[in-house]
Design a protein around this ligand. Structure first.
Ligand code: EPU
Length: 436
């Protein structure tokens, strides 16, 4: 049998296995789903704990592999972690070994770049492995580096590693050429314990930026303006911790289930979500003929007919999020008429369209635009996941399609969605994880 290079994964014993999701499509989703804590907040809040000289309790932590990997890194650095449940931990960062070599472990995933900001703040020195480009295209960190250097750090990139050092970080004004989520958070982390005030101009405004700032403020930081494009960080001497923090619900996971309801022509209640964070998605769902009814932290989402075409451009928050673009692409692949999606953030986020075409979609992707000529229905096929959100999209496609879909390369999906097949099963989807 031919093995797709990305398809081979090893279990804990090192044995090669082929995990896949087998989906029998065609069931409209019905019932309730509970949204977990936000992945992109969690992978910033975990390194932020390194700035605390003490303990903190984190609740509503998503049970995903990126979180587990971050906990491994923190433990390697000397943090003590106590698991109260799969979603709640206490971290004690009193004793951190600033000299610990974390180059290899940090090379494994992108969000390890937040250790540069947090360890610069805690230790005044840090070296991490630089993750390369990824399936979304080039992912430079020049704006992060510009911020660290403006605060007084020296950075060097050699042999695929970045080393940053600073005797003393001093607050300053930093203008970001692009409203980068990662650079905004990383500069915030580096400046929390710096001397004086740091101003980030043209800051990103995503909900997880506000969540990281709220977490740091709960621990004793003085950050104002998160959620606007100017964030002011007044440096404090230390973060004391000794308190607990609950991570914000995952806006992208909520949007994923909302779009799955529309695509499968279902009727579901999405629980534990913040409606405000979902406004751009709600607006598009209504525009294409779906229905949304908000009630506190619950959203009823339903669709009983074929959606109509749309034009979408992904933008930084509060625009339509790039992380829901593939899931929306599935919806538009069976909408009436021809839809257009322009990807405004990443240079290469249409790889999933080739997989959808295997399922009978008619999509032409050219650079940062894709044209979705709506078809009546999708038909099940074996498909390969290229990144996290492409994975969510292919599951939605499988649930909505006629016949059986096999989804491979599940490690991408497990990075960022908690119990995804169990949540879909509870909504009536016929979906099983098997090992070949
Ligand atoms: N950019 C630069 N230089 C930089 C930083 C970014 O040119 O120094 C560019 C990027 O190449 C991109 C744009 O700026 O074109 C925006 O990148 P941003 O820094 O905002 O993205 P990120 O922080 O690397 C986070 C999420 C992504 C999400 C983007 C956009 C995390 C861990 N990742 O990435 O999430 O797509 O923001 O909202 O928070 C996902 O969850 O599937 C995912 C990819």
């Amino acid at each position: 049998m031919y093995l797709h290079p990305n398809l081979i994964c090893k279990n804990l014993l090192g044995v090669i296995n082929l995990e896949k999701l087998v989906i029998q499509g065609g069931t409209p989703l019905r019932g309730e789903v509970n949204i977990s804590g936000a992945k992109n907040a969690a992978v910033a809040i975990l390194p932020a704990t390194l700035l605390i000289n003490g303990t903190c309790r984190i609740e509503n932590l998503p049970n995903i592999s990126d979180v587990k990997l971050y906990c491994d890194i923190l433990e390697q650095l000397g943090a003590k972690i106590k698991w109260h449940s799969s979603n709640e931990i206490t971290i004690d960062t009193t004793n951190i070994n600033c000299k610990e070599d974390i180059v290899e472990i940090t090379r494994k995933f992108r969000a390890s770049y937040y250790l540069i900001g947090s360890l610069l703040g805690r230790c005044g020195e840090v070296q991490v492995g630089l993750p390369g480009g990824c399936n979304l295209g080039a992912r430079p960190i020049d704006l992060h580096i510009k911020g660290f250097e403006a605060l007084g750090a020296t950075t060097n990139i050699t042999q695929g590693n970045i080393r940053a050092t600073a005797d003393h970080l001093v607050g300053t004004s930093i203008y970001l050429d692009i409203a980068s989520v990662g650079a905004t958070i990383n500069i915030m982390l580096a400046s929390v314990l710096a001397e004086g005030t740091t101003i980030i101009d043209n800051a990103a405004k995503e909900p997880h930026i506000v969540d990281v700032a709220n977490f740091l403020n709960t621990m004793g930081a003085n950050i104002r303006g998160a959620g606007t494009d100017i964030i002011k960080i007044h440096g404090v001497k230390e973060l004391k911790g000794n308190t607990s923090y609950s991570i914000v619900p995952d806006q992208i996971e909520a949007g994923t289930f909302m779009l799955a309801a529309i695509s499968s022509r279902g009727d579901i209640i999405v629980k534990n979500c913040i409606t405000k964070h979902l406004e751009s998605i709600i607006a598009k769902i209504i525009e294409i003929g779906g229905h949304v009814d908000a009630n506190g932290d619950k959203l009823r989402v339903w669709c009983n007919k074929r959606p109509t075409k749309a034009t979408i451009k992904t933008l930084p928050y509060p625009g339509f999020p790039t992380d829901l673009q593939p899931q929306m692409g599935v919806v538009l692949s069976t909408a009436e008429g021809t839809s257009i999606i322009n990807e405004g953030i990443w240079e290469s986020r249409f790889q999933y369209t080739a997989e959808l075409n295997k399922m009978g979609a008619h999509i032409t992707a050219q650079g940062k635009s894709a044209f979705f000529e709506g078809v009546d229905k999708l038909v099940g096929a074996p498909v390969y996941v290229t990144d996290l959100r492409a994975g969510a999209a292919l599951i939605i496609a499988g649930i909505s399609a006629e016949g059986i879909t096999e989804v491979y390369n599940l490690e991408h999906i497990d990075r960022g969605y908690e119990n995804i097949e169990e949540k879909f099963r509870k909504l009536g989807a016929k979906i099983e994880r098997t090992i070949e």
